[in-house]
Design a protein around this ligand. Structure first.
Ligand code: GTP
Ligand code: SPV
Ligand code: MN
Length: 616
């Protein structure tokens, strides 16, 4: 086998690409993966816009991307996936720690040596006939104290383009690796070789993938292998596999936190600034809250991140956080002028859309973008669609990939190398019943209990039955790279070390439903009223009522000025049904019991305390 670098680009003489690296470990690893997967070519990506331009041109020519009408959406593209490759595959996600107990009962564990040999078979020849791209990237600002480097090897040009938006990808990373910086190894193949073992070629397809999928984390080796999917978190290995699963283990070992959290900066009418990190399960409103436009006068919310936060104790003893990503991979449906105008303006151009519908004028559409659907569309599967078709035009988990820098509400500090100091942590989920609009934790321990007991109705962002209630502690169920009970212990430890400088903790629920089945709370921009209450609590200016499940706003404590919300609706938003809460406690006990002696006693004590107050 001969491995050649990409042919020098013809449009300029300066476009000489590197063909290797002086870093022996990186060079050997690339060589080893190439020998296993047998690509036709190896391309070292430099992260330049020229490179992205060339790749998108190639994908348009091959029919794997559709160029949108540049008048409406310059430099933007639509990808349609295979209908069997539309979300993360949690049942094919493996944590390969040496000991099964270190993966814990909520993860799929696989024995690392056996998994490595299984992967060898799966990846053997998987890139035949394809180009193998070497994608170097930084999570967080280059060289920042909380930042980390990674390299993704992939045979998907679509992945390269998305990685160029989602991470700080570029040539400089290789230089940093050559200078000795540590980095995380990630390998990805769509699993659709174009030449078989006998040398027989087959044509490529619009969305190459494989029915058999593997998303494999080796947490102790800080290594990821992903096979068979080109979609989102399965394939953009910077995101869930590295920045959450691997990074959570790095955080456990090094004393920091990798979380499924948005980051915002709130400015009050008096000019006070507050930074908030909030964890909600997939497709439960992180992007929306991160770009919130307050309906109440004088308040401002600015965006720092919409999906992932890395948090670390700073020299001042407070908790500081960065958004390790550089872009948004946001849920399209439900994102519209009324619900999230900021997201809509962010994607004015330079955006990759995946599985949305195509308008006749060459622009895109999805449910919720505009109130009225166009009369005719091509749906996400490439079929004719009209409002009478009786099926969604865009897939419920269709997404946009766009640079955070294009977001009009991005905060100046979003690229600060040290991050921002965190004043409050918020946990939320989709709960039609029980959980009130907002509650404050009585203590850090109680807050960890709140996070550990998040349940949420399932969304289309993962495989499974949409709407089914499932436990999703800290919104990390699919993303924690180690034993969830150890993760809770780690949170308790971090809180202890922060002491009185620890952020306040709150729980919210925008999704409580009334008797008519509709949401009681208007949500979106009106959520600023809840943020206002949190800020007033942090300033010591708002009263709270102590209830068995936490501190709730005192009567008239929530600013409802100008909002058409009946007294009855307000009552329902905060109603605590003791019977169903006690049932919930029983389920929590059952849930906690599966963690055996890894279960931190402090959380069992919190459960007892909540029960005691409910029965009181
Ligand atoms: P991932 O990217 O999958 O991690 O999800 P996310 O949490 O960023 O999801 P996103 O913000 O894109 O949430 C999408 C869904 O939440 C859409 O269907 C929105 O309409 C809905 N949503 C967001 N905020 C609110 C709210 O305040 N009220 C209601 N009712 N729905 C909301
Ligand atoms: C999520 O599912 O939480 C996402 C989308 O943010 S993906 O990157 O596909 O995991
Ligand atoms: Mn997410």
């Amino acid at each position: 086998m001969t491995l050649t670098s990409s042919s020098p680009q013809t449009d300029t003489e300066t476009a000489v690409k590197r063909t290797g690296t002086t870093d022996p470990a990186l060079q050997a690893w690339v060589q080893e993966v190439a020998e296993l997967t047998q690509p036709d070519r190896i391309v070292w990506c430099d992260g330049s816009s020229r490179e992205a331009h060339e790749l998108s041109k190639e994908l348009v020519t091959s029919g794997q991307l559709i160029r949108l009408n540049p008048e409406w959406r310059p430099n933007s593209f639509l990808a349609r996936t295979n209908p069997k490759d539309v979300a993360r595959v949690e049942n094919r996600t493996f944590i390969c720690s040496t000991e099964e107990i270190d993966a814990g009962p909520t993860n799929n564990w696989a024995e690392p040596t056996a998994m490595r040999s299984e992967l060898k078979g799966v990846f053997a020849g998987s890139m035949r006939g394809r180009t193998m791209y070497i994608v170097p990237f930084s999570m967080g600002p280059l060289g920042g104290p909380i930042s980390q480097l990674g390299v993704e090897i992939t045979d998907s040009a679509y992945v390269v383009l998305n990685m160029g938006i989602m991470t700080r990808m570029g040539e400089q990373i290789i230089t940093m690796i050559e200078a000795g910086d540590p980095w995380v190894h990630t390998v990805h193949s769509v699993g659709y070789p174009l030449v078989d073992a006998d040398g027989v070629a087959r044509p490529d397809v619009t969305w190459p993938c494989n029915d058999t999928k593997y998303i494999v984390q080796f947490p102790e080796e800080r290594e990821v292998w992903s096979f068979g999917s080109g979609y989102g978190g399965n394939a953009l290995l910077s995101k869930k596999t590295f920045a959450l699963r691997i990074a959570s283990v790095m955080g456990r070992d090094e004393g920091w936190l990798a979380e499924h959290m948005l980051l915002i900066k709130i400015t009050s009418p008096e000019g006070g600034t507050f930074h908030v990190a909030a964890a909600f399960p997939s497709a439960c409103g992180k992007t929306n809250l991160s770009m919130l436009q307050p309906t109440i006068p004088g308040w401002k919310v600015e965006t720092i991140g919409d999906d992932i936060a890395w948090l670390r104790k700073g020299d001042d003893g407070r908790l500081w956080a960065i958004n390790p990503e550089a872009g948004f991979f946001g849920v399209a449906p439900g994102t519209g002028e009324l619900t999230n105008p900021t997201a809509v303006s962010t994607m004015w151009g330079n955006t990759i859309f995946t599985n949305v519908a195509l308008r006749d004028d060459g622009d895109v559409w999805w449910e919720g973008l505009t109130e009225k659907a166009p009369d005719h569309l091509i749906d996400w599967q490439g079929k004719d669609w009209t409002p009478a078709s009786g099926r969604p035009a865009a897939h419920p988990n269709s997404r946009f990939t766009v640079a955070a820098a294009q977001c009009p509400s991005i905060a100046d500090e979003w690229e600060a190398v040290d991050g921002v100091p965190i004043d409050a942590i918020v946990f939320g989920g989709r709960r039609a019943t029980n959980v009130p609009l907002v509650a404050q934790a009585r203590s850090w321990k109680h807050g960890v209990f709140m996070g550990a007991t998040i349940s949420s109705e399932k969304t289309a962002a993962a495989d499974g039955i949409v709407g089914e209630l499932r436990r999703d502690p800290f919104a990390m169920l699919p993303f924690c790279g180690y034993n969830m009970a150890d993760y809770w212990s780690h949170w308790l430890k971090v809180g202890k070390s922060l002491g009185t400088k620890a952020p306040a903790i709150f729980q919210v629920n925008w999704f409580r439903k009334g008797a008519d089945g509709g949401f009681i709370w208007p949500g979106f921009g009106e959520n600023a009223r809840v943020l206002e209450w949190m800020v007033r609590r942090m300033e010591g200016d708002a009263e709270a009522i102590d209830t068995p499940i936490g501190l709730l706003p005192a009567e008239d404590g929530l600013n409802l000025k100008g909002l058409d919300l009946s007294a009855d609706a307000l009552e329902q938003l905060f109603h605590i049904d003791r019977t169903s809460w006690l049932t919930e406690c029983d389920l929590t006990e059952e849930y906690f019991n599966q963690f055996g002696d890894r279960m931190p006693p402090a959380l069992l004590a919190e459960l007892s305390s909540v029960r005691y107050h409910l029965k009181d």
